[in-house]
Design a protein around this ligand. Structure first.
Ligand SMILES: [Zn+2]
Length: 313
């Protein structure tokens, strides 16, 4: 019995020892992997520096797309925000800060659209990093004022295509200054991109012209479309306020619901980047409560099976 117990104890010790060795080996492997990763990152950095390409960091997907179109294969672009990400609430990760520090130029919207990144941008300013807040170059007299933003302006300027054309010029000028050798290339790309935007502008106007004036109403959860409304003659009615950081109350839902009924609004726009929790989705509920008829026609009336809940009361 005793011998068996000793044998078992030996086995346990052996397994423990084996486990410790494995743990040690794992740790060593992790260290080796970390060293290899660090070497490869440094290697990448070196190769990008050798390539001589400008390193550009952008914030929103619109700006990332614009910069890629104008910079083409002469720059390396890293966009911080993916599709569907809310720029008002986006906070920089450690990785983002590293990307910003390593960048030659940073393009962002500005006017406090990227509200939670302001501190990081200020830090970069102290580093004398080239930053281009594209919306801040626009004529302030033309911008829509707002109490919601520290900038005192509504930052959602890109919904007016003419402003986005100015963004394109801003990108082209900054890239050309930073990399004069390729200035002609950037300017040519910007020219082509602006021509596409002009085409889009006339297509947009032609499409909207088919809509009777009294039907030019845009109902949305997040009140981001005032520049669109101003440029293309839409009455924009939002529930949530200009920034997604603000919240809508029951009264706002009721007010919007009444508006939808009175004006027989047929469709509303809810953004994918707006949280699915209440109150942001309340615009959708307000619409369902308001008995707005389906867009394709059909009978008016409260839709069965859709929860109006307490928002309607
Ligand atoms: Zn917004």
């Amino acid at each position: 019995m005793l011998r068996l117990a000793v044998a078992l104890a030996k086995d346990k010790i052996f397994y423990l020892a084996q486990a410790l060795v494995l743990e040690y080996q794992n740790k060593m492997m992790k260290k080796i992997v970390l060293i290899l990763v660090a070497i490869s990152i440094l290697g990448c950095k070196d190769s990008s520096e050798e390539s001589g390409k400008l390193k550009v960091v952008t914030t929103t997907t619109m700006i990332t797309d614009l910069v890629k179109n104008i910079g083409g294969d002469q720059i390396e672009v890293q966009g911080l925000m993916g599709a569907g990400v809310d720029p008002h609430l986006y906070k920089a990760s450690e990785g983002d800060v590293t990307k910003l520090y390593n960048a030659d130029i940073i393009f962002y919207n500005g006017l406090h659209l990227e509200g939670k990144l302001v501190d990081v941008f200020e830090k970069m300013e102290r580093q004398e990093k080239r930053q281009v807040p594209l919306a801040e170059a626009l004529d302030k007299n033309e911008l829509i004022g707002s109490d919601y933003f520290a900038s005192s302006f509504d930052p959602h300027v890109w919904f007016d295509i003419s402003y986005f054309k100015q963004f394109a010029l801003g990108v082209s000028n900054a890239l050309s200054e930073e990399d004069p050798e390729n200035a002609a290339y950037y300017k040519e790309n910007a020219k082509n991109y602006i021509a596409e935007l002009s085409k889009l502008e006339s297509e947009t106007r032609a499409t909207i012209a088919a809509l009777p004036e009294e039907k030019r109403i845009l109902v949305t959860a997040h009140d981001a479309f005032n520049y669109f409304g101003k440029a293309y003659g839409f009455n924009v009615v939002g529930l949530q306020g200009l920034s997604t950081a603000t919240e809508a109350g029951v009264q706002d839902v009721q007010r919007l619901s009444d508006f939808i009924i009175e004006n027989e609004v047929k469709a509303i726009f809810v953004e994918s980047s707006v949280s699915s929790s209440d109150p942001p989705r309340s615009a959708e509920r307000a619409a369902s409560c308001s008995a707005a008829p389906p867009a394709a026609g059909g009978s008016a009336g409260r839709r069965p099976g859709r929860g109006c809940g307490d928002a309607c009361t």
